[in-house]
Each structure stands twice: as C-alpha cells, then as structure tokens.
Design a protein around this ligand. Sequence first.
Ligand code: UDP
Ligand code: MG
Length: 338
Amino acid sequence: MTALSIVVPCYNEEACLELLHARLSAAAQKSVGSDYEIVLINDGSRDGSWPIMQRLSREDPHLVALDLSRNHGHQLALTAGLDLCRGDRILIIDADLQDPPELLAPMLEVMEREQADVVYGVRRSRAGETRFKRATAHAFYRLLARATEIDIPVDAGDFRLMSRRALNALLAMPEQARFIRGMVAWIGFRQVPFQYDRAERAAGETKYPLRKMLRFAFDALTGFSSAPLKLASHFGLLLSAGSLLIVLYILYAFATGQSIQGWTSLMLVVVILGAVQMFVLAMMGEYLGRLYSQAKNRPLYIVQEIAGPGQRTGRLGQVADAMAKSDRPGVRETLPIK
Ligand code: UDP
Ligand code: MG
C-alpha cells in the first residue's frame, strides 16, 4: 500500500498538466517522502492532454494515467481514479490548481490531530470566478442543504483528503448519478472542514458549462432528496384553494346578476395549470430518467488505456496489470469496469 494517492480528473487540461504535476509532486514529497502516487484521469479530452500524461508517466514512476474511452463527466472520471488508486490516504483535487496542492501538509496534519476520516475543503473565497457562478453556487449549496435529509456541507467541493476506509465505503455505493461530495457526507465517520481560499484557474477555462452544471445540480438534488416529488401535492393543495376562491366568486357573480368576462381569466387559469403540470412532470422525469439508467446497470465508465507502473491493486488493478504485461504495446483495449 502506498501512503498517499492524489487523484485528479482532467478534461481538456493540457495547459495545466505540467504545472499541476510539478506542484503536486513537490507537495507530496514534502508530506510523505517518496511513498505516494499521482493518478491522472483523462476524461476523453479533445486536446493534447493524453500525450502529455503519457510522457509524464514515462518520466515519473509516481504517476499513473488512465484514459477513459470518452468524456464520462467529472464525477465518473473521479470514480475511475478512485477505483484505481491504492493509497492509504487519498487526496482529491481538480486539475486547474484552483485548490492549492500546498494545503496537503496542513490537511494531513488536521487529519492526524482530529483522528478524522475525511478532511474536506470549504471555500472561504473564490477568486477569478464569474459573479454568475458564485451566485448560482451560493444558492445551490443552500437549497441543497434545505432539501436534503443528510448534512451536505455548504460551499465544499470535491477537494478533500480521505482515509482508506472512507474511500472503500464510497466505492461500495453503486449509483450511476454520482454526486460525490454528497455521497461522502452520507458515509459518516469523523469529517472535519478545512477552510481555504480558492485560487483562480491556472490556465484554460471552466469545463463546467451551464448544461453540465444543471445536470450536476439535479444529480445532487435527486440523489439526496425526494422533496421535489412531493411538489405535486403542494401545488395540488394550492390550486384547490385557488379553485375554491374562483367557485365562490362565480357563485357571487351569478347571485348578483353580473356577467363574467371570459378570455383573460380563462387564459390565466389554463396557462398556470399547464405550467404547474409540466413542471411537476419534469421533476418526475428527472427521477424516472435516473431510475432508468440505474436499472440498466451499465458500467460507470470504460477504460481505454492505462499508462504508468503495473502491479496495481484496487478494483482496476488487474486491468492495469494486464495492460502493463501486454506484449502488444500500443494496442488499445476496451475493458468495461463495474
Ligand atoms: N472535469 C472532468 N470532466 C468533465 C468536466 C470537468 O474531468 O467533463 C474536470 C476538470 O478537468 C477539472 C475538474 O473536473 O479538473 C473541475 O472542473 P472545472 O475546474 O472546469 O470546474 P469549476 O472549477 O469551473 O467548477
Ligand atoms: Mg476549476
């Protein structure tokens, strides 16, 4: 077993990789000497990330790189890396150096001192992010905290240090729609926050466009709360109350001999009803879609190639070993991993 694994999902991060590797290596060496590994996951990048990772893995025996068959998304790429890593302690970090690797040493210290299984980074400030991103993130974490039954820490990302037993618990969770920071909170054990200031991206731009952000938010919400499913009953009650008022109004109008004008009020009712029904249906659709993908039970990700040292343990270990021993170097294999 290795003392420390650093797991980094990367999507189109060619501009960050060299600096990332240098800073991670320095931080790891300072904390644990040479007993560490860096696991980079190439999440179907379209730029030159993979060739750079291959080269780095040839130059540095501490580095192992995993090439996924296509872009599977941040959370699944991270899962692949966590499956492969074999460290006793595991640091999860983004490739863009927004989370400073130098915090590894103080985080290890906190873990030791507090006898914690998880030390999770909490963003005190966020540099270089758009006001829109900051505002939506702020609102999202608070909405989530209200909607969910478990305590998912507010303003915490995936930047965290975990113990092996916490990681094993995480890897035993089979969901396809993964919201890892929530899943870690669900595990329990002793988890302590670690305040830090989030830096700007070292290079490149965010790999989370609005579409991915929304999907991520819905994964979080549907994964940890059934509150949206109860919206229909709330709306139902509200609309019943509204319809009662309308009936009373109509009776009153008849009794006093007024004539009621139709179009405007009718349109209003039709539009409101339509919107509410569609909204509730859409919410149910979000759950149904996730239920469907879970029922299909496909592998979480497909590994195409592994570069770096053989002799792996972990769930991906055999695959890595087989690839390292392969006498057909360069042959790309497709291996589904459950
Ligand atoms: N990422 C990934 N697959 C994706 C999108 C992002 O592996 O489909 C990685 C990305 O390379 C980075 C991390 O996930 O290491 C977080 O992404 P990013 O920094 O773009 O998100 P932000 O910090 O803007 O929320
Ligand atoms: Mg980032």
